[in-house]
Design a protein around this ligand. Structure first.
Ligand code: HEC
Length: 105
C-alpha cells in the first residue's frame, strides 16, 4: 500500500516535464559535432577557411552561453552566415546536447 503511493509519486514526477528545458547529453553531443570540428577544431583550434575569420573556441565556455549563441544564430539575431546555416539545421535537442558536450556547467 505504501509502495503503491511511492510508485504513483514516482510516476507523477516522471511525467511532469522540466519547465521549458531540454536536457542536454554530452554523450549525444559528442556524436553530433562532426560538422563543427572542421571549424571549431579541438584541441588547438584553428580555421583554414575562410581564413579571415577567427573561429572562437567553444570548448569550455559556459553551456548556457553556447546554447543561447546557437539559438541566436538560428533565430537570425546573430548574423554570421555560416553559423546561421549550421544552427538552422539543429533541433532544440541538438543544441542542448552540443552545449552539454562543449560547455562547462
Ligand atoms: C564553416 C565553419 C564553422 C562551422 C562548420 C561551425 N562553426 Fe561555429 N562559428 C564559426 C565562426 C567563424 C564563428 C564566429 C562567428 C561570429 O563572429 O559571429 C562561430 C561561432 C560559434 C559560436 C559562438 C561562440 C562565441 O564565442 O560567441 C558557437 C557557440 C558555435 N560557433 C558553435 C558551433 C557548433 C556547435 C557547430 C556545429 C554544429 C559549429 N559552430 C559549426 C565557424 C563555424
Amino acid at each position: 500500500m505504501y509502495e503503491k503511493i511511492l510508485i504513483a509519486a514516482g510516476l507523477a514526477a516522471a511525467l511532469i516535464p522540466v519547465a521549458g528545458a531540454v536536457e542536454g547529453s554530452a554523450d549525444a553531443g559528442s556524436k553530433k559535432n562532426s560538422m563543427c570540428i572542421g571549424c571549431h577544431a579541438i584541441p588547438g583550434y584553428k580555421s583554414s577557411f575562410p581564413s579571415v575569420y577567427r573561429v572562437p573556441m567553444i570548448k569550455g565556455q559556459s553551456a548556457k552561453y553556447i546554447e543561447s549563441a546557437l539559438e541566436a544564430y538560428r533565430k537570425g539575431e546573430r548574423s554570421h552566415p555560416t553559423m546561421r546555416g549550421v544552427a538552422q539545421g539543429l533541433s532544440d535537442q541538438d543544441i542542448a546536447d552540443l552545449a552539454a558536450y562543449y560547455g562547462t556547467k
